[in-house]
Design a protein around this ligand. Structure first.
Ligand code: ADP
Ligand code: MG
Length: 272
């Protein structure tokens, strides 16, 4: 069996208000776990907390990956443990192409790895000496990954985020994920809103990249994503907790009953 991302009783405050009220969720390497639930239930809060965003204060619980509580690690340390967290996403930078951005991201990872191997005393020096990936090597890798994802090679020459649609932003994100070859990816719909094209890009990218070595937590409030993505497990979040977990059959159930049913069954009023 592969590694497991194990979220245990996670509690998170945003501006002194408790948003996550004890989230328990396991995602295994090699499987796609879809996290869904109505707007405002805390899905993005979970994603931001896993990313270590400063606006999200963890008040309890832990997130175990490879034997470590990742909540205590810096972003680059999480990345070096094979975690990919979406919205490590740059704003539009004039004159930077998608290819340039991806090479910088990949080199940052390679240099951090070289530095880590050199040990703490010479780490800075080692990072400075590390040349990263050569341009021909990078191009070869990039073209191979774009082929896997069935992307037009011309996309790599586009300027980053310059008038990008939701779908194109997601395409960059999926390509970045493909280049970094993570063991666990956490993808949120943030920014793409209701853009169905963006959701299809994510679903197809995950379907193509997934193998025994990669796991993914795919977050969306949009039930239709579950038609496109081959989720092994589905969990439903509501009011800061996971209220329901199950296999792919849960998607069909959700389609029939909708979130309204979840609200009625698990909402504060229902529990009162
Ligand atoms: P979802 O992604 O499921 O739609 P969110 O995690 O975005 O839910 O939001 C959950 C709750 O937390 C909402 O009530 C939202 O208003 C609140 N919230 C999330 N992020 C912030 C923030 N940065 N500032 C204030 N409130 C926030
Ligand atoms: Mg959200």
């Amino acid at each position: 069996m592969g590694e497991v991302l194990d979220i245990r009783d996670l509690r998170v405050n945003v501006e002194d208000k408790e948003i996550l009220k004890g989230v328990n969720l396991k995602v295994e390497q090699g499987e796609v776990h879809a996290l869904t639930g109505p707007n405002g239930s805390g899905k993005s809060t979970l994603a931001y907390s896993l990313l270590g965003h400063p606006g999200y204060t963890v008040t309890g619980g832990e997130v175990i990956w490879k034997g470590q509580n990742i909540l205590k690690l810096k972003a680059d340390e999480r990345s070096r443990l094979g975690l990919f967290l979406a919205f490590q996403y740059p704003v539009s930078i004039p004159g930077v192409t998608v290819a340039n951005f991806l090479r910088t991201a990949l080199n940052a990872r390679i240099k951090a790895n070289d530095a880590a191997q050199a040990g703490p005393l010479v780490a800075t020096e080692a990072a400075g000496k590390s040349k990263g990936i050569s341009i021909p090597e990078f191009r070869k890798l990039l073209m191979a990954k774009m082929k896997t994802l069935d992307m037009d090679p011309a996309f790599a020459a586009r300027y980053l985020n310059d008038g990008f649609s939701g779908g194109e932003k997601k395409r960059t994100e999926i390509l970045q994920m493909a280049m970094l070859e993570p063991q666990m990816a956490i993808l949120d719909e943030t920014d793409s809103g209701l853009d169905i094209d963006a959701l299809k890009v994510v679903a197809e990218g995950v379907n193509r990249l997934l193998g025994p070595g990669m796991g993914a937590l795919v977050i969306t409030h949009y039930q239709r994503l579950l038609d496109y993505i081959k989720a092994d497990r589905i969990s439903i979040m509501f009011e800061g907790r996971i209220v329901l977990s199950g296999g792919p059959e849960l998607a069909l159930e959700l389609e029939k009953t909708g979130y309204e049913h979840i609200r009625e069954t698990y909402g504060d009023k229902a529990l009162a």
